[in-house]
Design a protein around this ligand. Structure first.
Ligand SMILES: C=C(O[C@H]1C=CC=C(C(=O)O)[C@@H]1O)C(=O)O
Length: 411
């Protein structure tokens, strides 16, 4: 970021309640959509009033500090007082410290919100943009091809990780991803993809921030009026073809020691990061099975009361990367990922979400997602948590299922 001491703008922020938006998606900019919704509720943005860029190991810490300065200088009128009204910034952060992909906080010129039957518009510095649905652009389809780590190379990478985990006491779990690439037609209306994702995966966070687009089932952290919560996912199996085999798949997952181990590492990493900030952190003793259209996941909800006034971004900084996307222990897992994945994950597996002026916010882990580059190349990623008992063929099949939301929404 440029020297913040010199460049903190005094944003004038005004929220007004409006007639209910039937849906936020038709109101978006189809080429540069900005949105974070679940089951139709959430926030969207038009244009950019402010864009802050960060990189390197301190990218999230720098963003958290910059946001506090922006908020302190802003004048906010917000009669709506709901989650997402008033001043917010959308954000997306790279997975890796050394990523070439820039991390961002974006304050749109106009913010649109919808929650519990109430809708609102927030204008920054009196922005006069019209808010209204525009016709969808032409239909398109694109095919994804294997990227830098194709299916055969992925199996080999998983086998190498398994060997290392079995022989090295310093590594228990590593999440290894592969990539697929495609090319977006010029001027493609991304609202088509977002609509597919939101309708197909209604219980996930559907998002588009600065070219990062997807539908993630995993809540990295949510801060709301002094409480903190997270939904940790790790351990997966494909849905069965009929009711009986589907039930059997869920049961097998819930009783699989390999998946329970994989899950335990992920929950532990979240508890370790949050515990210093809350005296009352509760997680269920056993995970539950979460049903998505493509997969069953082992899931645990974690909740607590915040004792130290941490903002959502402060906690994002502590939590990232959890063992659901990196592994255990964190440093050894990151080294393993670095040696086995021949690509930059960009912002896949990183935090994506929003923060408001009180420090409340909702952040997902950017899974089931793709990055769109300036030249319209799209790179999608999917990974799997590798532990000592992992089988390369099964992990490859799991990544195919995890690619499904993105591949089908663009296809
Ligand atoms: C790494 C991914 O998922 C993570 C989240 C849920 C389940 C996971 C698993 O079972 O491996 C992964 O930890 C992905 O979606 O590409």
């Amino acid at each position: 970021m440029t020297d913040p001491a010199v460049s903190v703008p005094a944003l004038r922020v005004e929220t007004t309640p409006v007639a209910q938006f039937p849906s936020l998606l038709p109101l978006l900019d189809g080429v540069k959509p900005l949105v974070f919704i679940r089951r139709g509720d959430g926030v969207a943005g038009l244009g950019e009033a402010l864009r802050l860029e960060f990189s390197g190991p301190d990218r999230i810490r720098d963003a958290a500090a910059a946001w506090k300065r922006i908020v302190a200088a802003a004048t906010i009128t917000d009669p709506v007082r709901l989650s997402g009204s008033g001043l917010i910034a959308f954000g997306a952060f790279s997975f890796a410290d050394e990523s070439a992909r820039t991390s961002v906080l974006i304050v749109p010129r106009v913010i649109l919100g919808r929650r519990d039957g109430v809708s609102w518009v927030t204008r920054i510095d009196g922005a006069a943009d019209t808010v209204g649905a525009t016709p969808l652009g032409a239909e398109y389809r694109l095919l994804f091809k294997p990227g830098a780590l194709g299916p055969d190379a992925y199996r080999d990478a998983v086998a190498t990780a398994v060997q290392r985990i079995q022989s090295d006491e310093g590594l228990s779990k590593a999440v290894i991803a592969r990539d697929k690439v495609g090319r977006l037609p010029e001027g493609a209306d991304l609202r088509r993809v977002l609509t597919e994702l939101a309708l197909g995966y209604p219980d996930t966070w559907t998002f588009a921030v600065d070219g990062l687009i997807g539908s993630s089932p995993e809540t990295l952290v949510r801060v709301k009026r002094g409480t903190v919560s997270a939904r940790v996912l790790a351990g997966s199996v494909g849905r069965g073809a009929d009711a009986e085999s589907d039930h059997a798949a869920a049961l097998a997952l819930a009783t699989s020691q390999k998946d329970l181990d994989e899950h335990r590492f992920a929950v532990q990493s979240v508890l370790d990061s949050l515990r210093p900030h809350t005296p009352s952190l509760v997680a269920s003793e056993l995970p539950f099975t979460l049903k998505l259209p493509n997969l069953w996941h082992l899931a645990s909800d974690v909740e607590g009361t915040l004792a130290d006034g941490s903002t959502a971004l402060d906690l994002v900084c502590e939590l990232h990367p959890t063992a659901a996307v990196a592994g255990t222990p964190r440093e050894a897992a990151l080294a393993e990922i670095g040696s086995l994945e021949p690509f930059d994950r960009q912002r896949w597996g990183g935090p994506v979400g929003w923060v408001n002026a009180d420090g409340d916010g909702k952040w997902a882990i950017a899974l089931r997602s793709a990055e769109i580059a300036a030249d319209r190349t799209i790179t999608a990623y999917a990974g799997a948590g590798i532990v000592a008992e992992s089988d390369p063929e099964r992990e490859l099949a799991e990544t195919t299922l995890k690619f499904r939301p993105i591949v089908e929404a663009f296809g």
